[in-house]
Design a protein around this ligand. Structure first.
Ligand code: SAM
Length: 282
């Protein structure tokens, strides 16, 4: 599907790179440092960073990966793309802007207000216009008609869905929290619920409801695209449930392939199915 060099060419000087010009120092990095940083960023689990440029480069490489995956789907010329739980992260936004600019319609359904404001800020200056709907993704079918979008994207959204559901059980409303300082607590609650019942009582029911709703809003022939991977740094932390996080895509696969709405797996050859999943509505 891609090589380190192919992704670097997109991310630095290429279609994606042009969207980041002037926003970071990646364009002045030496070729050798770029390659070392890219190898760290693209290792799965992602390596701890030794090269200073790895962090901004990682944002570009992520957008490059989404650009190539979405391009491989052969979406219509004016696609409607729905992203769930974008928070403040923009790889899907950048990818859709790179491929379609203002010809695409992009909507994300999201609960946390501060992260939504960050995404609005980040998307300024792009051709693509974004819409953020503050709603629980479990209610997707009340917002979008059946078979109305071309693609639904879940960038690192499986853990977000599970964490938010578990946090609700512990009495935390995540709309107004500062996400990052609260995240460790949410993950620890999730680990506890996972130990007790494998998330069967809270977490999996919400994930199933959201995947079922997402599958219904996709047009027949349209796609659902997921990624999630882990970092070496997190896996070494004693409170971090690494085994659960290493298998979030396989977990989502098990749920997605048993929904009432029929989905088939079409993950492009060369993508690691532990960290990526592409499904098509039959
Ligand atoms: C930390 S952000 C994650 C951003 C992005 N997915 C990433 O990992 O880079 C998590 C976001 O998921 C949203 N979220 C989680 N569960 C949700 C649900 N059921 N409905 C809508 N948004 C949800 C939260 O409100 C928050 O904005």
């Amino acid at each position: 599907m891609w090589t380190v060099d192919g992704l670097l060419a997109e991310a630095v000087g290429g279609r994606v790179g042009r969207r980041f010009g002037g926003l970071d120092d990646v364009d002045v990095m030496a070729a050798e440092a770029l390659r070392t940083a890219a190898e760290q960023v693209l290792a799965r689990p992602q390596k701890s960073e030794f090269i200073p440029g790895a962090r901004p480069l990682s944002r570009r490489l992520l957008a490059a990966q989404w650009t190539l995956v979405l391009e491989s789907l052969g979406l219509p010329a004016e696609p409607k793309v729905l992203e769930l739980c974008a928070g403040g992260s923009d790889p899907v936004v950048v990818a859709v802007d790179t491929l379609f600019g203002n010809r695409a319609t992009y909507v994300t359904v999201n609960l946390n207000r501060k992260l939504a404001a960050e995404l609005t800020e980040r998307a300024q200056g792009l051709e693509l216009q974004i819409e953020i709907i503050e709603e629980d993704a479990q209610n997707l079918n009340a917002i979008f008609p059946d078979a109305s979008v071309d693609c639904v994207c879940f960038h690192h959204a499986v853990n977000d869905i599970l964490q938010t559901a578990v946090a609700g059980k512990y009495g935390l409303d995540t709309r107004d929290i500062d996400w990052w300082p609260t995240e460790r607590q949410m993950i620890e609650w999730m680990a506890e619920e996972h130990r007790k019942h494998g998330l069967a009582e809270v977490g999996l029911p919400e994930l199933r409801a959201i995947l079922e709703a997402a599958a219904r809003v996709v047009k027949p022939g349209g796609a659902l695209v997921f990624d999630h991977w882990t970092w070496e740094y997190h896996l070494a932390l004693d409170w971090f449930p690494g085994d659960l996080f290493n298998h979030l895509i396989p977990l989502a696969r098990e749920v997605a392939l048993s929904l009432d709405t029929c989905l088939e797996e079409i993950t492009p050859a060369g993508l690691d199915r532990q960290w990526w999943m592409v499904l098509r509505r039959s």
